[in-house]
Design a protein around this ligand. Structure first.
Ligand code: NAD
Length: 251
């Protein structure tokens, strides 16, 4: 993919076993300098060390909770001071809270909104001034097909729909300054969590309904994230690309 070599990319929630980590790997393979961030401090360090062994001098890490605005500002400033800039932001952090609207507490609702939607806002607000000043940048927000359907919980569906609206607004506001902002809406992706909870979340039904008859791999989402970050997507902004093996048509 064009234009990723030596770009500085920051990925949130990058120390789990899913799309964040796969995205760090693919970005590093494409030649980017990658900042691993995650709210889990020990795993952030372990993941950073793991990648730094394969890509020496090209991967650094910081613990970062996207819902903590002070922490966000502190990490973005530290990265800009150390690496000079952030060219690519991947807003990957997302949590869920299970239960119907009647069962969920206001705290459950708030926590999901704080991480999944306000977390994106916090990150974008912190990196955008630098991107605008330099006249370039690419932001990729990981939403979900839940933005369009009722398959998940109310706060998750609402937050992910909000992420699409935020994506379009940032694209409109920042486009004149050379900054692109897009979203990806994954379907059912075979992360460790999804595989463990396969039965409860209706994995077999999804696989039957999905035209490709399987869940996706984190690497298949990471590839689209890298495409959107790259110069090959230079005229794409304000979009949401679904990566669901066609499942969104049924879900
Ligand atoms: N797995 C799926 O099937 C699926 C489908 C559609 C959308 N998504 C979305 O894709 C994104 C990645 O999900 P994934 O399942 O691949 O997991 P992942 O492994 O990429 O992310 C999990 C990580 O998130 C971190 N995290 C949790 N709260 C955080 C916070 N407040 N700040 C920073 N990090 C935090 C955790 O510590 C964990 O390491 C999420 O936004 C999720 O909503 C997932």
């Amino acid at each position: 993919m064009r234009g990723l070599k030596d770009k500085v990319a920051l990925v949130t929630a990058a120390a789990g076993a899913g799309m964040g980590k796969a995205t760090v790997y693919r970005l590093a393979q494409e030649g980017a300098v990658v900042v691993v961030t995650d709210s889990h401090a020990r795993r952030t360090q372990e993941t950073t060390e793991e990648f730094a062994r394969e890509f020496p001098g090209r991967v650094i890490g910081f613990p970062l909770d996207v819902s903590d605005r002070a922490n966000v500002q502190e990490v973005v400033s530290a990265v800009e001071a150390r690496l000079g800039r952030i060219d690519i932001l991947v807003n990957n952090a997302g949590i869920n809270a299970f239960g119907s609207v009647a069962e969920l507490s206001p705290e459950d609702w708030q926590r999901v909104l704080d991480v999944d939607l306000t977390g994106c806002f916090n990150m974008i607000r912190a990196v955008l001034p630098g991107m605008k000043k330099r006249g370039c940048g690419s932001i990729i927000n990981i939403a979900s097909v839940a933005a369009w359907n009722a398959n998940s919980s109310a706060p998750y569906n609402a937050a992910k729909a909000g992420v699409l609206a935020l994506t379009r607004t940032v694209a409109a506001e920042a486009g004149p300054d050379g900054v692109r902002c897009n979203a990806i809406a994954p379907g059912m992706i075979l992360t460790k969590w999804v595989e463990t909870h396969w039965k409860e979340i209706g994995g077999d039904r999804m696989a039957r309904e999905c035209p490709m008859r399987r869940g996706g791999k984190p690497e298949e989402v990471a590839a689209v994230t890298c495409f959107l970050a790259s110069d090959d997507a230079s005229y794409i902004t304000g979009e949401a690309i679904t990566v669901s093996g066609g499942w969104y048509m049924h879900a």
